[in-house]
Design a protein around this ligand. Structure first.
Ligand code: AMP
Length: 305
């Protein structure tokens, strides 16, 4: 069964202290699909683009063995556009504009093969659409969900419904605090898990990530990158590496989830090294595995005195 991914396809305009680009390939589903494609297939993203979405981007996705027949191109419309600006602290960004365009009327209707998917990643879209997708799934076994501050603030009721029906929530530290109104992340994590998801991942930007399950916490280090050019898509690449590895291995033990978190961190580290999706376009499995091993060395120590 395919790995089903729901999310946005976008043309992003991004400015960092180093450079700026306009109408570059972006969107949550794009990053998730690319990152997961290095681990598993078939990867099946479902989304919508406008007439202006360049065919070369669809071809690039196909070259990564990503199925593109779930990406609907709607005649006479424009693609979702998002503009973001980063300052010297690359952990924070300003949204300059959000033009929903074709995304405004996105109504995900799943085809037969998509409905049968048991591994599903609900990327960053409005919680009401995430619910619509959940309603159509015939046999969801492992549903991972991303969200953002916009939905936590404006669509809380729907988001709380989503949380009851998913297995893993992936959010960043500020979103966890916003969702719970609790400054302490450990307490916030316990509160979020009471809202529904058995497992929770809290990303801490360039400071790593925490995985929570039962009474156990796994702390993943951050990769000490010297060159971060564009943090856009880091969170989605994390999610893609995480679920791509789990879809391949079909092992949901805590030990394997830890490995999946490290593969997620690995894909996020490649993503931010270049603008837009470039850092995810030309990787190979050996490079990914080498960086995975570097992550292991980062926090390995000997307990012999
Ligand atoms: P990330 O940096 O992982 O949070 O994801 C960045 C991507 O999210 C960009 O490529 C944007 O196109 C996309 N994005 C930004 N805002 C939204 C939104 N409101 N809904 C869906 N996707 C969005």
């Amino acid at each position: 069964m395919p790995l089903l991914i729901i999310g946005s396809f976008a043309l992003d305009s991004i400015e960092t202290p180093f450079d700026k680009v306009e109408d570059a390939l972006g969107g949550s589903a794009t990053y998730i699909a690319l990152a997961s494609s290095y681990f598993t297939s078939p990867v099946y993203p479902v989304g919508v683009v406008g007439e202006d979405f360049p065919d070369k981007y669809l071809q690039m996705l196909e070259e990564h063995n990503i199925l593109t027949d779930g990406i609907e191109k709607v005649p006479g419309t424009k693609t979702f556009r998002w503009g973001g600006k980063y300052h010297y602290d690359l952990n924070t960004r300003d949204t300059i504009f959000t033009e929903l365009n074709v995304f405004e009327s996105f109504n995900p209707v799943l085809t037969g093969k998509a409905r049968k998917s048991s591994y599903v990643l609900l990327g960053n879209i409005t919680p009401s659409l995430q619910l619509k997708v959940l309603d159509q799934l015939e046999n969801p076994k492992f549903v991972v969900c991303d969200t953002m501050n916009l939905w936590i603030e404006n669509n809380r009721e729907d988001l709380l419904e989503v949380l009851k029906r998913i297995d893993v929530l992936i959010i960043n530290d500020s979103e966890a605090r916003l969702l719970t109104n609790e400054p302490n992340l450990i307490k916030a994590a316990a509160m979020i898990r009471k809202m529904g998801p058995e497992k929770l991942i809290i990303k801490k930007g360039e400071h790593g990530a925490l995985l929570f399950q039962n009474n156990t916490i796994f702390s993943a280090p951050a990769y000490p990158l010297e060159n971060i050019f564009d943090p856009t898509g880091a969170g989605d690449s994390f999610a893609g590496g995480f679920i791509g590895y789990l879809h391949k291995t079909r092992d949901l033990s805590f030990d394997n989830l830890k490995r999946a978190v490290i593969y997620g961190s690995t894909m996020a580290s490649f993503c931010v090294e270049q603008f837009s999706t470039k850092g995810l376009e030309e990787l190979d499995k050996l490079q990914i595995h080498d960086r995975f091993l570097e992550f292991r060395e980062l926090s390995r120590f000997d307990d012999d005195e």
